[in-house]
Design a binder for this molecule. Structure first.
Ligand code: PHE
Ligand code: NA
Length: 523
């Protein structure tokens, strides 16, 4: 037990910080695209099923594991997993389990964030481009503007480093003075800007084609297309639940580790889920696609970076006061991204603080340097290859940002349901909570439903990855662009390196705290 562990200042601060953690780019550009691609309104069936069967139970478990670990001074996953598992499976196996989970989330927090901060840099750069009217010239296609943006070292590198420096600055101020303070400003602003954009969207008329309207855009997005509801759609829905709720990343646990030992879990975690779902289904589902539809029609609606950085600038240049609405949009993305990236960044600081006793301020600088090094390939790829492709980033996202989350989720469910056990979980979750999770249903969920559903998800994802050729040494998506192959393979080698480092780090951390010598001292 450590007395000097940092704490959240207020309950509202904790909930906003957690909501900031969950609400990210996933809500605003990943979600709408998935809905459009996988069956519109029909997508919401597997989506909400995954939320109930996997998302909510795992969320309570992650908060519980975090608060539990925090009581022993741990905000990192190796040791907190070890503590949950050791009674049941003994020191050695629990240490290995802890080291594996620690390794996986180390890869997630290092690599996902390395490209995520890149994209946050784009949102900052595009806020600037909006305010200064740089993409307003209607003769230059917005796709060209974007490609020259990411290929120009001045813009792409500059705003990336600014975003990273802002994160480093906030994090050097600690949990309350940094994470919590920024979340209290950015999260309310995100909702306000988001609501302004919704009102603007719904009151637009199309200047191009009277048949295109925001309401038609909503129809286009949400009308159920039952024939699109196949197992790929179910996979996408469950994957989206993991990504959007920040599950399987170790960062919910990290935030929860700064809670007081008897602080409420159930109501707080439920509020956070609600805030994320509101930002996802309502804000994410009402702004981007209906706006794009109104101005560009059904063929103008793209996904991912294409929607935010190519289609929407096209809209903003046609719209009255588009510079400002453009700035609002990119600031919403920036706030969303920033308050998520800060969580991953803090996870790495926590490792340095706990295992190497590095001061927070120094740790913030070390992690800054780490993200520069690890993020450099994704930043340099468009500049060096002169194509608009982002193979390095895509490869990392496919593995670390998608597949590994499910692996971690499955292991967590097994640790909670079968090692720590439903009874202990429930006691921990309900202790201090304003709402209580009912015993029977929770035990059944965490023992059977959640692990089985996650295991099925993992098996189907594996099959789908094999079919899409992701397991091949030259994956199918770069077969026809040989110049991108080294980038994909480089990403894989980086991943292996990070795995090794993450395993050693977690294993060392567990041994140092709970190894033989410590056991004899009776710790
Ligand atoms: N939940 C976040 C989102 O929806 C995912 C995330 C968290 C990504 C932290 C990066 C860093 O975007
Ligand atoms: Na989210």
């Amino acid at each position: 037990m450590t007395e000097d562990r940092e704490n959240w200042g207020t309950k509202l601060g904790l909930i906003l910080a957690m909501a900031g953690n969950a609400i990210g780019l996933g809500n605003f550009w990943r979600f709408p695209y998935q809905v459009a691609k996988y069956g519109g309104g029909a997508f919401m069936i597997p989506y909400f099923a995954s939320l109930l069967l996997i998302g909510i139970p795992l969320m309570y478990v992650e908060w519980m594991q975090g608060r539990y670990g925090g009581r022993y001074g741990h905000g990192t996953m190796g040791c907190s997993t070890y503590l949950l598992a050791r009674e049941r499976i003994g020191h050695t196996k629990a240490a290995i389990m802890g080291a594996i989970i620690g390794m996986l989330v180390f890869a997630v927090t290092t690599l996902v964030n390395s490209y995520y901060i890149q994209i946050i840099g784009w949102t900052l750069g595009y806020t600037y481009l909006s305010l200064t009217g740089r993409y307003m010239d209607a003769t230059k296609p917005t796709a060209e503007v974007f490609v020259s943006y990411i290929q120009n070292p001045v813009t792409s590198i500059l705003f990336w480093v600014i975003a990273l420096a802002l994160l480093a600055y906030a994090l050097s101020r600690g949990v309350q003075g940094g994470i919590e303070a920024w979340a209290k400003v950015m999260m309310p602003l995100l909702y306000v800007f988001g609501l302004i954009l919704i009102v603007r969207t719904l009151t637009l008329g199309s200047p191009v084609n009277p048949d295109w309207s925001p309401i038609k855009g909503l129809d286009f997005l949400w009308t159920p297309k039952w024939e699109a509801l196949n197992w790929q759609a179910a996979l996408a829905a469950a994957g989206q639940i993991f990504f959007t709720l920040s599950l399987g990343m170790g960062i919910i646990q990290n935030y929860a580790s700064y809670m007081k030992p008897d602080e409420d879990i159930v109501l707080s975690a439920t509020s956070m889920i609600f805030l994320n779902e509101f930002a996802e289904v309502i804000l994410g589902g009402t702004i981007a696609i209906p706006i794009a539809y109104t101005f560009l029609g059904p063929d103008g609606v793209a996904g991912g970076p294409g929607l935010s950085f190519i289609a929407l600038p096209n809209v903003f240049r046609m719209m009255p006061a588009g510079q400002f609405f453009g700035a609002f949009w990119f600031l919403v993305l920036f706030f969303a991204g920033y308050t998520s990236a800060i969580a991953m960044y803090n996870y790495l600081i926590a490792i340095l603080e706990e295992d190497l006793k590095v001061q927070r301020k120094t740790a913030a600088l070390v992690v800054f340097a780490l993200y520069i090094i690890v993020g450099l390939p994704s930043a340099l790829e468009p500049i060096l290859t002169k194509t608009g492709d982002l193979a390095f980033l895509t490869e990392l996202d496919n593995w670390v940002g998608t597949y590994l989350l499910v692996v971690v989720g499955l292991l967590e469910a097994l640790v909670a349901g079968w090692m720590f056990g439903p009874k202990n979980c429930l006691e921990e979750i309900n202790r201090g909570s304003w709402w209580k999770v009912p015993n029977g249903i929770f035990s059944f969920m965490i023992k059977y439903v959640t692990p089985v559903a996650t295991a099925i998800l993992l098996i189907l994802s594996t099959i789908s990855y094999i079919q899409q050729g992701y397991f091949k040494w030259v994956p199918s998506f770069v077969e026809n662009t040989p110049q991108l192959v080294p980038w994909v393979q480089g990403a894989r080698m980086l991943l292996v390196g990070i795995f090794i480092l993450g395993f050693l780090q977690s294993y060392y951390s567990i041994q140092k705290n709970y190894g033989k010598a410590q056991a004899q001292k009776g710790v």
